[in-house]
Design a protein around this ligand. Sequence first.
Ligand code: DMJ
Length: 495
Amino acid sequence: RDTRAPFRFDYERFRRSLRHPVRGGRRGEDPETRARRMKIKEMMKFAWDNYRQYALGKNELRPLSRNGHIGNMFGGLRGATVIDALDTLYIMELEEEFQEAKQWVEKSFDLNVNGEASLFEVNIRYIGGLLATYYLTGEEVFKSKALELGEKLLPAFNTPTGIPRGVINLGSGMSWSWGWASAGSSILAEFGTLHLEFLHLSELSGNPVFAEKATLSLSQVRNIRRVLSRVEKPQGLYPNFLSPVTGGWVQHHVSIGGLGDSFYEYLIKSWLMSDKKDSEAKKMYDDALEAIEKHLVKKSAGGLTYIAEWRGGILDHKMGHLACFSGGMIALGAQHGPEERRQRHMELAAEITSTCHESYTRSDTKLGPEAFRFDAGSEATATRLSERYYILRPEVVESYMYLWRLTHDPKYRHWGWDVVQALEKHCRVESGFSGIRDVYTTTPTHDNMQQSFFLAETLKYLYLLFCEDDVLSLEDWVFNTEAHPLPINHTDFKA
Ligand code: DMJ
């Protein structure tokens, strides 16, 4: 018989451990900054109101046909936009809208579903969104839903190596690899993007039955590290496909963009979230970045710094929009360590961010394409028709936000404001915001989709760019890869 008293997370103590009020408290900004922030808040309200009116309970809004989209990424779960929007609504003090979203979670968010979900997407959007909203508000409903859903993800780890497979049936617990991933492999950016959320699931588990599982979940993510540190890395690089059966690489494609991206992000953020105690994560990040600098960072003929992709030793001179988060990540990681390294990394971060900015300014809409290249005479522009679209992605403004916070160079706010204006001009339609099919025409066709990450990330990062630094301070929070803030564990805090 277990006689231990059930664990209860001490929320009040946690709040006292924060160094800044979550929504900030500093004053003194100029009227223009405030007006710009208010404009972004209005955009969020517009995106939310239209979703609520036409698509509440579906996963995304289709703003042209004015209906909802469900898709097949979330295994029957609904309300991806609600969960992704919660913390942004809260931070922006859209109180009424936050209450609407909360009520939907309380009354309609059903976890008893039976469909095939992406472990990664459910983790970053649903678990991340619920955890962040719990930490911001202390409302139990968000914690209990996060824990319940977290438990449903655990069977994906039942593989010979403990490296989870990408797809899980949330009802049966059966899991398998993506059909498109070579030879039944798992994806680096997917199994490498669980650590932050799973640590918090562990931390919060109050129910002894769940605690047992959560402890298990903690060891599951630790095991991922173990497998990765053992496997040989070609030139110190991490390929994107790994077999969950043998623990060996399946294909030698390396990318800091799609398929690889957030694995690197979660290494440096795991270290920051642990109050700089998780030195294993820091070392893995430092080593990986060193290999990236050595083998993938290049300068174009026109002087633009970019990070190429690597295919079995051959460079592909291409950067995806997704890879543009790396400016922010490298700047964040540069704050620590010897001065020479700090300066070199801050420069690299600024140069990459500037290249990503160029990919925006060189288009007719002033929004960036899905991928841009540095070959055959092209410099930061898309060369293929299939790469000219923009789906409201956040990575470029994410880097502006970090670079602004870490340098206070006003150009980042100017660049961010240019994006706001371009979004208003080309993506705002009568009933929401839509992606566009070609950034190189001023009369673009809309894709009829308001992605949930537009509310979770793009609008949140833009808003934070025009906030004082104590709103979701980087001293208290790390953002998960869907921009959901998770608290740093202040180990020196005495109650
Ligand atoms: C988001 O879901 C996350 O930022 C993820 O890490 C990458 N893709 C989208 C946004 O582009």
